[in-house]
Design a protein around this ligand. Sequence first.
Ligand SMILES: [Ca+2]
Ligand SMILES: [Ca+2]
Length: 344
Amino acid sequence: MQVNLTVEAKDEAGYVLLDDPLPAGFEAINERLNTVSYGGGEVMYWRDWGYNRKNLYDDHVTFFITYLWAGQHSYSYLMRATTAGEFSVPPAQIYPMYEENMWGRSDSHRLSVDFSKLVTRPLLSGDFDRDCRLTDFDLRQVAGAWGTSNVKRDLNQNGQVDLTDLSLVSTRQGNTCLLTQPTLPITGSGQAKFAIVSQAEQMQVSQPFTVNVMLEGLSGFETVKGVRTPSSVGGFGVTLSFDPTLLQIAKLTANPMVAEALPLGPYLDNKGGRVAFGAFNLPTPVLTRSQLATIIFVAQQSGQVEFSSANIQAMNGQGQIVEAVTVITNAMVHNEVYLPVIVK
Ligand SMILES: [Ca+2]
Ligand SMILES: [Ca+2]
């Protein structure tokens, strides 16, 4: 449930602490969206929330307010019933930390938790650890199952865990099962262009040759905190199929920048002729013509090499799916080497 605290301040005050004890049988829920971060990650300004810091403890919640203007102010947090029963709700207190002549408190009252209400906790799709909120933890559960058909992580039930499932959690991060925050659309505008480039021009049986997976470019815009900003790549997933009688994968090396992000895969399946990999939460910006990974194949016999069903997905910096297009440079393995270029 949401707890709303209303403060009526007759005078302005500095360095104010609002302290609300939790009733026994309740615990506070960290909504994530509503916390203030200092350094690292995105910076929230305290005026956006009306306080500098919200701290959740086992038995109380505090708000620290650097400057409280005269007038009415509202503060809120979420708490969850953990036990059924009848509980007393102790009063909240508010006071400036360095002024003893100002002090305020709320009424105390009683609250009862019905056992039947307690067991019917609402479900939040994608909340894998059942803590009633969608966080980075839940996102990592999907990322860990990327490329598989894990039914529990396949949120849109289309038979595979891919970037769409990641986007479903990512764009709703911060949601709780009690209070749904506004969410972003799962699909964003713009187009990411990838290139699969066979680098070696001389390919011979039994010799390794290199294929580079590159980001060619990205068009479109995304809205970051209400500001229209050129798109950045936040994640991608690539599945390449090849003829395993012609080629075998020797090694896949991800660009260090990609390796820094949350990895998707890689899956190297020489028997099935498939290689799948990707990354999520890429540090931005990923520059145009960035190499995402290098795959070293070894040619098994002569013939036309075709990376037939390249399945590529891309995500912008907001976790939204954007259109992905691929340019593939295929190759021919021969004893006498010859390299045609086919553009898809
Ligand atoms: Ca969760
Ligand atoms: Ca899916």
